[in-house]
Design a protein around this ligand. Structure first.
Ligand code: COI
Length: 354
């Protein structure tokens, strides 16, 4: 049973929904529960405020911290909806297994999401394309040093109204010194440390004028993996190709949905190893015409440039037909003016009890 402790005053009236930066505005409440003595307990939704954490918290020292990114939307009838929430629960648990953390039962995950979104429905931006971003997070809670799995954990969900993550097309540079993930590592998990590892090389890329990195494989620096903030797609000779997930790439839910929706629309799609030199050759031959990133935050984001080894693949002149189609379809499905063939859109339950 989730105990709800509502705040006496909401901050929602202070939000300018026409101008929302990504990740800076939090809703009034958050969900929290604890894993203690082998069971999940203390299920609560309460005022979002700082929580006391002991300096010896294991997550801070040895990195047992995983998260998800998902979104709630308002459809054209004003009803709150979610996009494929079960897949986020499954991916959280896959990350938990890899980081030696306890799985969270799907029922708790889903009821937490439904109850929180229901309570915070006034925080869902009404415009098509904007959303209430949901950030489920699980961290170790033991207060002890020593490299071992924690016995106590906390799972939380925060809600943030958001606009686009990348309001303008993104410039990328391939990374040829640092790596994101190697075979057998934690690249497939949505682990906080994967993002920490990207910060220094991304800072160097920004100093050179690029927005983000395009990661290559750890052995040969040859095969494209992903962009630190999103999965990546290329349009080559009219075919849509994306790196296949072999354990080093985040299994994006938007990635998976994009592949299926493009197939439904008659596009030939391919998941395979993509050699960066192939991209350069195809670009020179005029066949590599478009690139885009996908993710919960990014949705479908235009890539205006990929720099590799002194060579620029520029798409600034492109009108990004596939990128725009994916965004229109995803936004349209969530808004309710594009058919939801596969049942990806779930209404938020009004009555929730667990
Ligand atoms: C998401 O797309 O939800 C993510 O977690 C990526 C992050 C860069 C915001």
């Amino acid at each position: 049973m989730i105990r709800i402790l509502p705040t006496s005053q909401s901050n929602v009236s202070q939000v300018d929904f026409d101008n929302i930066p990504f990740g800076k505005i939090f809703s009034d409440h958050f969900f929290s529960c604890d894993f203690e003595n082998g069971a999940w307990t203390n299920l609560e939704i309460k005022k979002l405020e700082p929580i006391p954490i002991h300096p010896g918290n294991l997550a801070w020292h040895y990195g047992q911290a995983i998260f998800e990114g998902m979104k709630a939307f308002k459809n054209k009838d004003g009803q709150a909806v979610l996009f494929r929430p079960e897949l986020h629960s499954e991916r959280l648990n896959a990350s938990a297994r890899r980081l030696c953390m306890p799985e969270l039962p799907k029922e708790i995950f889903l009821e937490a999401i439904h109850t929180l979104v229901n309570l915070e429905s006034a925080w869902i931006p009404p415009q098509k394309g904007a959303a209430l971003y949901l950030r489920p997070l699980m961290i170790a809670m033991d207060e002890a040093l020593g490299v071992r799995p924690s016995e106590k954990y906390r799972f939380m969900v925060m809600a943030l109204p958001v606009g686009p993550y990348y309001p303008k097309p993104v410039k990328l540079i391939t990374e040829q010194t640092y790596i994101r993930a190697a075979d057998g590592g934690v690249g497939e998990a949505k682990a906080a440390g994967n993002y920490a590892g990207s910060l220094y090389p991304a800072k160097l890329a920004k100093e050179k004028g690029y927005d983000q990195l395009m990661w290559l494989d750890a052995k040969e620096f040859k095969y494209v993996q992903e962009v630190g903030t999103m999965n990546i797609f290329f349009v080559i000779d009219g075919k849509v190709v994306t790196p296949k997930t072999t354990g080093t790439i985040l299994k994006g839910i938007t990635r998976r949905s994009t592949l299926l929706l493009l197939q439904d629309l008659g596009y030939e799609v391919e998941e395979r190893l993509i050699d960066i030199n192939e991209l350069v050759e195809e670009y020179k031959a005029g066949r590599f015409t478009e690139a885009f990133g996908t993710g919960t935050a990014a949705v479908s984001s235009k890539i205006s440039l990929i720099h590799h080894d002194g060579f620029d693949m520029s798409f600034e002149q492109s009108d990004y037909p596939v990128t725009s189609l994916v965004k229109e379809q995803l936004d349209g499905m969530r808004f309710g003016d594009v058919e939801d063939k596969h049942g990806w859109i779930l209404p938020v339950k009004q009555e929730v009890a667990i």
